[in-house]
Design a protein around this ligand. Structure first.
Ligand code: ADP
Length: 602
């Protein structure tokens, strides 16, 4: 790029050049004119002098009185500061201011003398004089008598006189010219500054706009064109500022949306370099929050399935969908990926956007639901099969044998009871599910009740079973401790825990139910010295239909839903249930009910 100069340095030197060229031209013309003027003036003066001398020497020339002519030439030369020469028609010199005539050669061939003699007019000439060894300016006129030239009077002055006069005039003009040029130069400097100052102002304004500073407006110069330009730039700046504000607002909105999204969002360019990553994507992909912008997806995330999906999204126009499995420490996450192409304003493809949706919970719930349906079917199939078999046996003739009929009816009753128990538990669970989905606390029937009443009510329900097994159930509860809860549901939860404690304890082993306050919470614990639960089963025993020992559970009339019901009841109260157990030593189940004020509306 050629080196660019400021406008001032383009204008000012040009102005100076114009001034100097004009001055030189004017000076040349002047020099020509003044030289002509001085030459004409000198010729005029010398001619006048020659005419006067011709009149004065007319008689002496006619008489060819040489001494007088010589004397006159000397006298006149001294008075007029000029050289006078008188020459006869034949060329003989009769008198001369600077030389003795006898020593001078014939002058008839001198151009000015020849012109004066031959044409009878004024003869002029400029040449070197060998007589006085200098450049001379000669003027000659004829001395005429009766129309015939008798001789010539010639007047001469050194050319140096004329030249010095011209030079002195030139010097004065030069000094004056330089003064004028200086003033003109200063004026052009001011004009150049006046022209460039508003342009400089506009340039500085444009520079500020380019740097993103739109606060100062450009002042409007007087010149109409520059004024229009400044106005147009100010309008443009206002427009850009408004557009930037709009773009910033949109970007902030987009960032806020991306930030608040549960789904992870990634945007990559054509080379799979990351352009945008939202918070959810950072968490989901386990990426470091260091600056990932511009790094490649492969570099930041180690998941070939995701890279493949990104490549497909970048290659095809239609959106792509797929599932990937990510490992976060030991946890497995199933993520649904939806990829679409990104285009710029001109419709050119610039990359792809990937939306990541963590569907692990959804998948788990689907599995739970599938398992649940399978479990329910399985649980119901056994009693239904037994019912069917018993009824068929009765119909086949056992009905007519009273002893057998009684036995099969007992079996039918037991299985019907079992189905009833399962259905009751399922209904209760469904009810709790509903309560949890909605606003649980508002669906419960809250009452404040002494804790001891709750414990005794549950013990009463289980008393017959405990007595049958010879298990002594004791309770321990501080006086005055009361619980705020849905009494019917919490009683049911304690019954379930007590029932399990009795079912899974050997005869004669005691069971203890206790309640106590901890901080503002109430803790209800059911402790037995029964079989205990192996630690590997503990995390799952609150799941529906989960049993440690299926056969034993069925034998005890269990549905596998008791602990799941306990968990849901307690959760609906905003509390939690925990278990501690050791195989062969027993188990302790503890319900924690939060303080009333934490129960929200309760
Ligand atoms: P079930 O109807 O089979 O008792 P629960 O949901 O009440 O179903 O209990 C789930 C499983 O947890 C039981 O099958 C049993 O194996 C185990 N369990 C529950 N309570 C106890 C306990 N107090 N002692 C030992 N095992 C227990």
């Amino acid at each position: 790029m050629p080196q660019r100069r400021r406008m001032f340095w383009l204008l000012f030197p040009r102005y100076l050049t114009i001034i100097l060229v004009s001055m030189v031209a004017v000076f040349a013309v002047f020099r020509y004119v003044i030289e002509g003027f001085y030459r004409d003036d000198t010729r005029g003066q010398l001619e006048a002098l020659a005419r006067v001398v011709a009149l004065r020497l007319q008689a002496a020339v006619e008489a060819e009185d040489q001494p007088q002519i010589q004397a006159e030439c000397l006298e006149l030369g001294r008075l007029c500061q000029a050289r006078f020469t008188v020459v006869l028609r034949a060329g003989k010199v009769m008198g001369d201011t600077y030389e003795i005539p006898a020593n001078m050669d014939n002058h008839a061939d001198r151009p000015e003398i020849r012109t004066a003699l031959e044409q009878g007019t004024v003869g002029t000439s400029e040449r070197f004089s060998h007589t006085i060894q200098t450049q001379m300016f000669y003027v000659a006129i004829p001395i005429v008598k009766d129309g015939r030239a008798l001789g010539v009077v010639r007047v001469a002055r050194p050319l140096s006189q004329l030249q010095s006069a011209i030079r002195s005039a030139q010097d004065r003009v030069l000094v004056g010219g330089l003064g004028i040029a200086l003033i003109a130069g200063l004026l052009s400097l001011l004009i150049a500054r006046r022209i460039t100052a508003p342009i400089e102002e506009i340039r500085a304004g444009a520079e500020r706009y380019a740097q993103g500073d739109f606060t100062c407006k450009i002042l409007q110069p007087d010149a109409a064109e520059l004024g229009d330009l400044a106005q147009a730039m100010n309008r443009m700046a206002a427009e850009i500022e408004a557009r930037i504000a709009t773009v910033t607002d949109q970007r902030n909105e987009l960032e806020a949306i991306l930030r608040s999204m549960i789904e992870g969002v990634l945007a990559v360019d054509q080379e799979q370099r990351l352009l945008t990553v939202n918070n959810a994507a950072f968490v989901l992909l386990g990426m470091q929050r260091a600056d990932v912008h511009g790094k490649s997806l492969q570099e930041v995330v180690r998941c070939p399935a995701l890279h493949k999906l990104a490549t497909t999204a970048l290659q095809q126009e239609a959106s792509v969908e797929g599932e990937i499995v990510l490992y976060d420490q030991d946890r497995e996450r199933i993520v649904q990926v939806h990829g679409t192409a990104l285009h710029d304003a001109a419709g050119v493809r610039t990359g792809a956007a990937l939306v990541l949706n963590d569907i692990t919970r959804l998948r788990r719930l689907e599995n739970v639901r599938r398992d649940f349906v399978a479990n329910v079917s399985h649980e119901l199939r056994t009693p239904i099969t037994s019912l069917k078999a018993s009824v068929e046996t009765l119909l086949d003739g056992a009905m007519r044998e009273p002893e057998n009929a009684h036995r099969f009816l007992q079996i039918i009753l037991r299985h019907a009871d079992r189905m009833n128990a399962i259905i009751n538990d399922l209904l209760l669970l469904a009810q709790m599910d509903l309560a949890e989905k909605d606003d649980a606390p508002s669906r419960l029937e809250w009452k404040v009740i002494p804790a001891v009443d709750l414990l005794q009510a549950a013990m009463r329900v289980c008393a017959v079973k405990a007595e049958k097994k010879g298990i002594q159930v004791s309770h321990d509860c501080p006086n005055g401790l009361s619980v705020r809860c849905d009494t019917h549901l919490i009683e049911q939860a304690i019954i379930n825990l007590l029932d399990n404690a009795i079912n899974y304890s050997e005869g004669g082993r005691p069971v203890r139910v206790s309640a106590r306050a901890e901080d503002a919470d109430v803790l209800i614990a059911v402790q037995d010295q029964g079989s205990g639960i192996p630690s590997n089963h503990l995390p799952r025993i609150f799941e529906r239909f989960y049993r440690v020992d299926k056969a034993r559970s069925r034998e005890q009339g269990g549905t596998g839903l008791g602990l799941a019901i306990v968990k849901h009841i307690v959760q609906a109260h905003g509390g939690s249930v925990a278990v501690e157990s050791e195989v062969g030593k027993g188990s302790t189940f503890t319900i924690r009910l939060p303080a009333p004020r934490q129960n929200g509306k309760a």
